[in-house]
Design a protein around this ligand. Sequence first.
Ligand code: C2O
Ligand code: CU
Ligand code: CU
Length: 634
Amino acid sequence: MIDRIRDARHGYRRGLLYPAAMLTVGAAAIHFAVAPDHLVEFAPFGILFVVVGTVQLALAALVVVLPGRRVFATAMAVGAACLLVWGVSRTVGLPVGSNPGKPEPLGLADALTSIFELLSLLLFLLLLTSSPPRSTRRWWLVGTVPIGVLLTIATILGVVAGINPLPYAVNMSSGGPGRRSVTMADLNEPPGRQPEKDFTLTAQVAHIPVLGGQEAWTYNGTIPGPELRVKQGDRLRVTLTNHLPASTSIHWHGLRLPNADDGVAGITQDAVPPGGQYTYEFVVKDPGTYWYHSHQDTENQVPLGLYGALVVEPANGPAYNRDYTVMLGDANRTRPLQLEAKPGDLVRLRAISAFMEDMNGTPELLTLLGVQYRVIALDGHDLNEPAELGVELLPVGTGQRYDLVFRMPESGQVRLLDVRPQTGSAEPARDWASVGEGPAPQLNAAMPVFDRSKPLGYVSGSLATFDPTSYGIAAPDPVASRGSYDVTSDLVITNQPGLRYGSHLDRVPLKLIHMFNGKSFPDSVPIVVREGQYVRLRLVNDTDEYHPIHLHGHVFSVINRNGKPLTGSPVHLDSILVGPHETWVGAFLAHNPGLWMLHCHVLIHAAFGLSTMVSYEGIATPYVIGSKSGNFPE
Ligand code: C2O
Ligand code: CU
Ligand code: CU
C-alpha cells in the first residue's frame, strides 16, 4: 500500500500536486464557514455547502495520497460546477433560494473561494497534461512552502469573512412576540390645510469627481443638493425619484416629524430601489437650520454627495439683509463660497456640518474672521441672549449646525474658516466662505495643533474654544430642570478591534468596532419609552475620539457637561458632541411615538456599530434590516 502511494506520487510534480490540494482545502474551509448562515436563509443551500465542502476535502486527500487522472478529472468537474453556480448567482441570480432570480452581492468569501477553484482547475489541468518529473530532488519545496503560507492567509481571511456575514433580516420593532402593537407605517402626518410646499429631489449620478475620483451621487445634480426653504407651519412635500444604480432614502435631520416620514431604510421604510419614487410629507413645526441626507448605506452615500440644507424660516422673526447656508462637506469643495453683502448688512450664516473624512470624528473648528458676531442658534434652536464674540474656535461635530449673525463691517470681507489641526500644515483645513468685498482678514493667531494628551485632543494656541454650556443668559428649561425622570439611561461608548460584517468586498471583517454599553448595532439594547415620559441620557465617552450623538425626531435639553451644569442659555440639540473621555447629560420629552435611531454621526463610527434605538413601547415595523431586504440604515 505504502509503495503504491509512493509510486503514485512520484508520477506527478509535487510542486503542482500540493498547491492544488491546498487550494481545494481552502475552498472547502470557506464553504463550511458560510454554511450556517445559508442554512438560516435557505436550508437547501446550507446543506449543499456542507456537501460540497466535504467532497472537496475528500478530493484534496485523494490528490495527496492517491493522485491519478481520475481524481484530477473529478476535482476539475467539482470546481467547474462550483464556478458555474457562483457565476450565475452573481450575475442573473439563481432560480431558487431566498431571493430567486436576483443576483447576490459579491463578497470577499465567495470571491476568494472562486479564485481558489479557478487556480486549482488550472493546476489539475497541468497535472493531467504534464510529463513525470525528471528528478526527485526537493525543488518542489521552494514553490510549495511560500504558496502554502499565502494560501493559508487567504483561507483564514475568507473563513473570517464567511463567518461574519451581514445580518440576513433583523426587525427593529419594540414589541415582543404576541404583544399587540401599532405599526409605525400608520404614524403619518394627518391631513390638514397648511400651505403646501412641493419639491422634487432626483437622486442621480453627476460627473463631479469626489473622494479619489469617484463620480458624485447628488440630489438634482449638485453638491450640496438644492436648499429647501420653507416657513414654519408649512406642509412640506418632497418626492424622491431614484435614478441611482442603488437603492436610497431621505432622512430629515433634526426635525420633529411623524415616524413614517423619518426616511430610515429598514426601520421606517424600504429603501427606494433604482427607478423608484417615494413621497415624504410632513408639517414643519420648528423654525431653524436643518438638513437632509440619505439614510440608506449612509456611510457611503452621504460622502458621495447625497445631502442638502433645509431651512425653516420662523412664522415671524427678525429680518436679515442676507441669510445664507454654508454646508460643510468634504465632497468636492475646492473654492470658498463667495457670498454677497454690503457694508452695514445684517447677515445670518447657517453653518451645517454634513460630512468630514476623519476617523476620529474631530469636529471642524470654525472661526469667523473680520467681524464681531453672535451664535444665535445651535442645531436650529435659538439661544437666549447670546453675547458678542471675537475670533474663537467653534467646534462643530458632524450633523451639528451653528447659526451666526453679524453686521457687515464698513470695509473688508468676513471669512469663515475651518482651522481644525492638520498634521504638518500651518494652513487652515478649509476656507469655507467669504462674505462681502475688499481685503480679506487673516488669522493672526497660532493654528490649533493636535495633542492627544490634552482633554480635547488638541491645543488651541491663543484662541478660546466656544463652550455652549456657558454662553448666553440662563432661562427656564422645563425639560432640563426636572427633579426626576421617568427613564434614565447611561450610554457608555467604547471601541475595540473585532470582527464585523465581512461578507462584502468593500467590508474587511476586522474593524474598530464601536459600542454602546458593550454592544454594537443591531445588537445594541434599545431605550424603551412611552409617550409622555421624560427621558434622561448620560453619554459617557470612553474613547479617544469625538462622537456627535444624534437622536432622530426629538430634541435634547442639555443638563450638564462633565458634571458641570449649564451656566448660560438653555441648549437644545439633536446632536450632542461628546469629546474624548467627556460625559454629557441631556434629557428629552418622549412626545413622538415611533422607532427612532440614536447614533453617532461620524458615519464610519455608526457603520462600525455606534448606533441604537429609542423605541416607543408597542410600536412595530413591517420593515427589516439586512441582506434579505437590502435595507442598510448605516
Ligand atoms: Cu443625520 Cu440618523 O441622521
Ligand atoms: Cu437625524
Ligand atoms: Cu463617533
